[in-house]
Design a protein around this ligand. Structure first.
Ligand code: LMR
Length: 422
């Protein structure tokens, strides 16, 4: 074949491939904005000097600035220059995982001693939930996941993408702005035996409404009675009461009652390691042999997704938790963050009451953790954003971590303006 003919054939086939490749993504439509992270994007794009971000759950100091904890700074100084860049094992840092399990299961937990916990380092809480959802799909393919109404918006995405069928259970009562305990218990009783229940261990996101100790005991009893599996998302350990140990109380109740539970833990909020993506997924098993098998399967799920987790964040965590002085500093700093938020709850409520708001704002101080579920409608939230440059999720959730002495008056005034005629 003449060279010119070959060249022609090649260039015409390139043209065909070129035309085809241009059509590969033609059907792709823009994804809807994320209801939480999309708020941050809109906030960043707003040039107003008055803008306030109470959208994302990320702690700010009283000047509205992101915080790096002093214990983290000190741990970074200690590890500086000592880190090599080798891969961690698929299950992550053994030391970090060990320390993390002590926070959830208890320092002297028998389950730790008996090696009954299958645990791996995860990409923060989201990664732990997703790994668990994939594990659930692989080994209990016929079970549903029951998700509270409302919940953190990403929970729905996580179990959807893992292709686990979702059901919901009653949790929040819009009228009382508290727990719908009767509805919750009914839903546990009515779910088919062997269902999976997603529970927020403390500082429920988005409502800030947690069951009392007595209510947790009853929830545990009913879940056990129906043979359901309890999976705890514990993203805010320390933010509910200011004390990580007290915030593990729901988990300890379930352990005492003999449940085999799963837990997602995260250091995003309580150590301020948001972007480091450090967390842990653990499953309590019947014995050590089962724990070894479960861990190996979790690792096998992780391997094709991200192979092994990052190395820097867990080193910070294990340096802090492995040193009694640094750990105490961390505990003081967690309490400091929780206390500032509690102070802002009082200030916001008082400001609204001083303005003569016709609405009861008692729930602002009754709810706990990082969020206040204000009860504002999506339309009222839109007015806050459009007229006052205040950014929050459309479900009316206020991240109290973004409220400061400097903006609480402005925020209260704006809330009053959009709610007074409701
Ligand atoms: C939140 O609820 O705002 C946080 O958990 C951040 C996130 O990833 O959504």
């Amino acid at each position: 074949m003449a060279l010119s003919t070959k060249l022609f054939q090649r260039s015409s086939s390139t043209a065909v491939f070129g035309a085809r490749s241009m059509s590969w993504w033609r059907s792709v439509q823009p994804a809807p904005k994320d209801p939480i992270l999309g708020v941050t994007e809109a906030f960043l794009a707003d040039p107003s000097p008055n803008k306030v971000n109470v959208g994302v759950g990320a702690y700010r100091d009283d000047n509205g600035k992101p915080v790096v904890l002093e214990c983290v700074r000190e741990a970074e100084r200690r590890v500086a220059g000592k880190l090599n860049m080798e891969y961690l094992p698929m299950g992550g840092s053994v030391k970090m995982v060990e320390e993390t399990l002590k926070l959830a299961y208890g320092e002297t937990s028998e389950f730790l001693k008996d090696k009954r916990i299958a645990a791996v380092q995860s990409l923060s809480g989201t990664g732990a939930c997703r790994l668990f959802a994939d594990f659930q799909k692989r080994f209990r393919p016929d079970s549903n996941i029951y998700i509270p109404v409302p919940t953190w918006a990403n929970h729905h995405n996580i179990w959807r993408d893992a292709q686990v069928p979702q059901r919901t259970f009653h949790y929040y009562h819009p009228e009382t702005k508290g727990l719908d305990f009767a509805g919750l218990i009914d839903d546990i009783k009515n779910a088919p035996s062997g269902s999976f229940f997603l529970l927020h261990a403390c500082a429920h996101n988005p409502t800030g409404v947690d069951p009392s100790e007595e209510q947790w005991k009853e929830i545990s009893y009913e879940i056990k009675g129906k043979g359901h599996f309890a999976f705890f998302d514990m993203a805010y350990q320390g933010f509910a009461s200011g004390d990580p140990e007290r915030d593990a109380k729901a988990i300890r109740i379930f352990l005492k009652d003999g449940h085999l539970i799963g837990i997602s833990q995260s250091y995003a909020k309580n150590m301020g390691l948001y972007g480091q993506r450090v967390g842990c997924l653990s499953l309590l098993c019947e014995d050590e042999k089962q724990a070894v098998a479960v861990k190996s399967q979790l690792q096998q799920l992780a391997r094709p997704m991200y192979s092994n987790p990052p190395v820097h964040g867990p080193l910070i965590v294990s340096t802090i938790l492995g040193d009694p002085d640094l750990k105490n500093l961390w505990l003081r700093e967690v309490k400091g963050m929780a206390d500032r938020i509690i102070g802002m709850r009082t200030a916001l409520r008082e400001n609204l009451e001083k303005l003569g708001s016709p609405i009861s704002w008692e729930h602002i101080t009754n709810q706990i953790g990082m969020f206040c579920y204000s009860g504002m409608t999506p339309e009222q939230v839109d007015r806050l954003t459009n007229e006052f440059h205040i950014y929050l999720t459309r479900n009316g959730r206020i991240s109290m971590a973004g409220v400061t002495t400097g903006n609480v008056g402005y925020l209260a005034n704006a809330i009053h303006e959009v709610t007074k005629s409701a």
